[in-house]
Design a protein around this ligand. Structure first.
Ligand code: SAM
Length: 214
């Protein structure tokens, strides 16, 4: 089994010291059991935004804005815009306060509501999409966002290996049967899509990175 809390903690310790605001958000998330990305995954998001030079980002699943802050770090002073969607109004409002404190509020548009209804109303293509909302809705998000990713653009999805249970032969409680089948179908659809090249990484809870072929 690849999934190891100790491994993730060690990878986190190897990262440079994080700014106070990120650490405050991490402890908030821990206290309230809000499932945010792990620091190594956050660092990887910033890395991907930097290397891809993405400037128009869509995020599905804002929560309190922790991963949004990591995505924005990837701009490194470049012009960039993030549209982030969450149906939990309370969390999204708190995210806005964090964006103000981080000084990135002009670069982030927060939309309240169900991403499945909001995405079709958005204009234009995105060069980077980060998906981290309801795991049982991943196929819906996939169908909505794939046509909206520009050539050379990236799709990054968190929790695709869900505690390692998506790996065939894993043991888990029957109540997760549907969710695990859904994630397996999602990964099959994504990795077999001829328009995208995909790598699935055992980082955090499993992260997929896909790039739209030119
Ligand atoms: C895992 S949390 C996001 C964590 C955040 N990406 C981070 O790492 O800081 C998932 C969020 O998705 C939101 N969500 C779930 N289903 C959604 C939907 N259909 N549309 C928009 N947001 C949704 C939840 O309210 C929750 O805040």
């Amino acid at each position: 089994m690849f999934y190891s809390f100790e491994l993730e903690q060690y990878l986190g310790e190897l990262l440079p010291e994080r700014e106070e605001l990120l650490k405050e958000m991490e402890s908030q998330a821990l206290q309230e059991t809000i499932p945010v990305v792990t620091p190594p995954v956050g660092n990887f998001l910033a890395f991907l935004v930097k290397t891809s030079q993405a400037s128009r980002i869509l995020e599905i699943g804002t929560a309190i804005g922790y991963s949004t802050l990591w995505l924005a770090q990837g701009f490194e002073g470049r012009k960039g815009q993030i549209t982030t969607i969450d149906l939990n109004v309370d969390r999204a409002r708190r995210a806005i306060e964090y964006f103000k404190r981080a000084g990135i509020e002009e670069h982030v548009e927060v939309l309240f509501g169900d991403a499945r209804k909001i995405i079709p109303t958005l204009e234009g293509d995105f060069d980077f999409v980060f998906v981290d909302a309801a795991k049982g809705e991943y196929l819906d998000y996939l169908n909505l966002v794939l046509p909206r990713i520009a050539p050379g653009g990236m799709l990054v999805v968190d929790n695709v290996l869900f505690r390692g249970w998506v790996v065939p032969g894993s043991e888990f409680a029957p109540k997760y049967n549907r969710l695990i089948s859904h994630l397996r179908e999602f990964l099959t659809n994504l990795t077999r899509n001829p328009d995208f090249q995909t790598s699935v990484l055992p980082l955090g809870d499993g992260v997929s990175v896909s790039i739209r072929k030119r």
